[in-house]
Each structure stands twice: as C-alpha cells, then as structure tokens.
Design a protein around this ligand. Structure first.
Ligand SMILES: *Cc1c(COP(=O)(O)O)cnc(C)c1O
Length: 412
C-alpha cells in the first residue's frame, strides 16, 4: 500500500488569500457598481526594466541560431551572472563573497523552502511571528513540528515581532539551531539594524547555529545606516546563508530568477561532531534536483547589474517607495502608528483590534482591499498590511477614500 507523508495533514490551511477573495467577491455581488482599490497585493505591477528586455530579446535570438544556441547550462548558474552579482551586490558593499559561493535559482521561495533539506529532522528552529509562511510550512512538511493550532505549530520557537520590540525579533531564551530572518520584512516592512544583525550573528557563532537570511526586499533599502547584506557583519560568512531575488528588485516575479549565497566556511555538524560543508551539500542538492535557470532569463538578470539596469531598477523601486511613503504618511496623519514603507514596499499599520473586522470596514466603507495581519501569524493580529505595488494614482485614491471613511470607523 502506498502511504502518504502524513506531515502534510498537519498543515493548517492558509485561509488568508482565499478568505480575502471570498469577502471581496461577496461585496462585489452586492455592490457591482463600486470600484475597489487593491492595496493587498504582494506582486509587482510595473514592467521589466528596458535593459532587461533588450538582453532577454538578444538571448532569445541567440537560441535561434545553431552557432549560438545553448542547451543545459551549469546547474549553479552561468559565470557571467554569478560574477556580476558577487561584484555588485556584495564586494561593492565590502562583503567578502566570491562568485562561486552564489547559486542562481528560479526563486527565493524555492531556495528558502528547499534549504531545510540539508539538516537533521530534530534541529530546533526559530521563526518570527508574523512570518512569510514558506519557512514554516516547508519544515512542517519535513516533519520537524508537532500538530498545528491557532496558526502555530508545536516544536517551533516563535520570535514575536510586536510594537513593543519595534517589530525586531529578539534572541530566544532556549537554544535554537536554525534561525529564519527576513529583512526588510514581509509582512511588517521593518528592517533590521546593524546592531540587531550583529547580535544574531554573535548568537549563531556562540551556539554553532545557522541563520537563513531572506533579503528579497534589499533593493528597497534607502537608509544608509542599514546593512543590505548579512555579510556586511563581521563573522557572518561562517554562520549565514543569504537569499536574494530579482522578483521585487526588478519585476521578475513572472520571469523567475533569484540566488542563494552559501559561503564556503558555513558548516553543519554530524551527530559525531564532524563538520560538513553546506556549500558542498547545497551544490550536491542543486546538481541532483535542479537543472538551472534558462539562459535568456540569466542574460536578462545580468542586465540588472549594468549601469543602465542599475539606474532603471532604482527608478522602479523609487516608484514603489513613493507609494509606500504616501501610504505611511497618510496613516500617520490619521493617527495610526505604522512601520515599514521607508525601506520596504510594505506598510504595517497598527489598527488595535480585530484585523479582519478592520479589513471589512476598509472594504465596505472605503472600497479598499488590504491584507489582515492575523493571516501572517498570531502576532499579526491588531495589524493590517498595505502594499505599495500599485500605481501612484490608485495609491492616492485608496488613501483619499480611507481618510474620508476611517474617522467614522474610529468613532464607532
Ligand atoms: C516575494 C518574496 C520572495 C521572493 O520569492 P521568489 O520566489 O523569488 O519570487 C522571497 N521572500 C519573501 C519574504 C518574499 O516576500
């Protein structure tokens, strides 16, 4: 008899986006004339930078001729792209990362989800609350948790990110082995400072733990004091894997290109205490299970690091950050505290009270769709997430409507 992996049955259904769609559908059936503004979207809306499009087209043309055609490429990615990333994203910021420590992939979702395969079943895991659900669910599937209830799983160490701690996860009281950090954060938009990251690197070094650092929103950092890479912190090369993606940086959500940085000194240990290179394990894992990102996509990705590409990517992220700043300031004028929106496309608004009730108020009164914070974890309750992935005109319209209706809600 074929038996199923019963860990999958522990997964708590994420009703978040299904529930949002259902409420919106019902609202539109009752009010077909009302036009909604979507401010809950976690996907980009602007087209690819021109430099990427030109490189993409040229690479497709190469595939049309026998002289320049390319078949399977290296599983870890082409050297031209790994070099461009090492120089521009890391060495230019003083982070000591070499091209052969970079693994090109088709997404940071897959990379952050797959990396846990390298570790034993009984490691202790720390995860922020609220959280990007991929980190949790992939460990549930792998059997590293007990049962789930109320959005949490037995066996995981949750690190609350609340208004009290400035939405920055604090070091755990009980020892952990694997730590997931995301900065700038989805959903809160908060970014870890240099001292905060230093504390985590120090923790990992002292406990022989490992940090999985998700920097998918790095391109939105504007504060010059904030680190862009965990490798800007001395000692991080020994204890941290970093995940980057062109999805939010350059509008690649539909094109697919990301990269994982696995420095050669990063180790995990056997039961007997012998060190094992994570670079060697990840190389083995990727060459066995992955056949690389398509050649035209890697050429389009390379163009992100050209002079023109860098300027265009800056303009793209500036566009979203203008929306984000507009949303943040509008909420602050309404007297609601928020984080994010300055170094992140997300704004995390403190609404004090049931986040689904607030979602319903915004939908019914203002015709604006947001994302209720409770959908990202227990500590997300009392908050909503607003996204800057929209046109500036829609963003202005959403905030005009919210300002017109919110005082009614607050008085009620
Ligand atoms: C969007 C996002 C990613 C990027 O995922 P891709 O698979 O590269 O598109 C990674 N981490 C977080 C937290 C995200 O929000």
């Amino acid at each position: 008899m074929i038996h199923v992996n019963e860990n999958y049955s522990k997964l708590q259904a994420s009703y978040l986006f299904a529930n949002i769609s259902k409420r919106v559908r019902e609202f539109q059936q009752q009010h077909p004339e009302r036009k909604l503004v979507w401010m809950g979207i976690g996907d980009v809306t602007r087209p690819l930078p021109e430099a990427c499009i030109a490189a993409f087209h040229a690479a497709v043309d190469e595939m049309a001729s026998a002289d320049t055609f390319r078949g399977y490429g290296p599983e870890q990615g082409y050297a031209f792209l790994r070099e461009a990333i090492a120089v521009n994203d890391f060495q230019a910021r003083g982070a000591d990362i070499a091209a052969d420590e970079i693994f090109i992939s088709d997404g940071a979702k897959c990379d952050t989800g797959n990396f846990q395969e390298l570790f034993a079943a009984d490691i202790r895991i720390a995860i922020s609350d609220p959280v990007y659900p991929v980190y949790v669910d992939t460990n549930v599937m792998a059997g590293r948790t007990g049962a789930g209830a109320n959005g949490r799983y037995a066996g995981l160490t949750y690190l609350p990110c609340t208004a009290e701690n400035g939405y920055a996860p604090e070091l755990p009281k009980a020892a952990v082995d694997l730590i997931y950090l995301c900065s700038p954060n989805n959903p809160t938009g908060a970014a870890l400072t240099r001292p905060q990251l230093e504390a985590w690197v120090d923790y990992a070094r002292r406990n022989r733990a490992l940090i999985l650092f998700d920097a998918a929103y790095e391109a939105f950092i504007r504060d010059p004091a904030l680190p862009h890479s965990i490798y800007e912190i001395p000692g991080a090369r020994d204890v941290a894997i970093e995940f980057r993606s062109l999805s939010k940086t350059a509008g690649f959500t539909g094109v697919r290109c990301a990269y994982a940085v696995v420095p050669k000194p990063c180790m995990a240990w056997t039961q007997a205490g012998a060190p094992v290179s994570l670079h060697a394990l990840w190389l083995r894992r990727q060459t066995t299970k992955f056949n690389g990102v398509s050649y035209p996509v890697q050429r389009a990705a390379e163009a992100v690091f050209s002079t023109a590409g860098q300027a265009q990517v800056r303009r793209l992220t500036d566009y979203y950050l203008r929306n984000a700043g507009y949303v943040r300031e509008a909420f602050q004028r309404l007297g609601l505290a928020c984080v994010g929106g300055d170094n992140s496309p997300y704004i995390w608004v403190q609404v004090n009270g049931d986040s689904w009730a607030f979602f319903d108020t915004l939908l019914n009164d203002a015709g604006v769709v947001c994302t209720p914070g409770a959908g990202f974890g227990q500590c997300g309750e009392g908050h909503i997430r607003l996204s800057a992935f929209n046109s500036f005109e829609n963003t202005q319209e959403a905030m005009r409507r919210i300002a017109a209706h919110l005082p009614v809600h607050r008085a009620a």
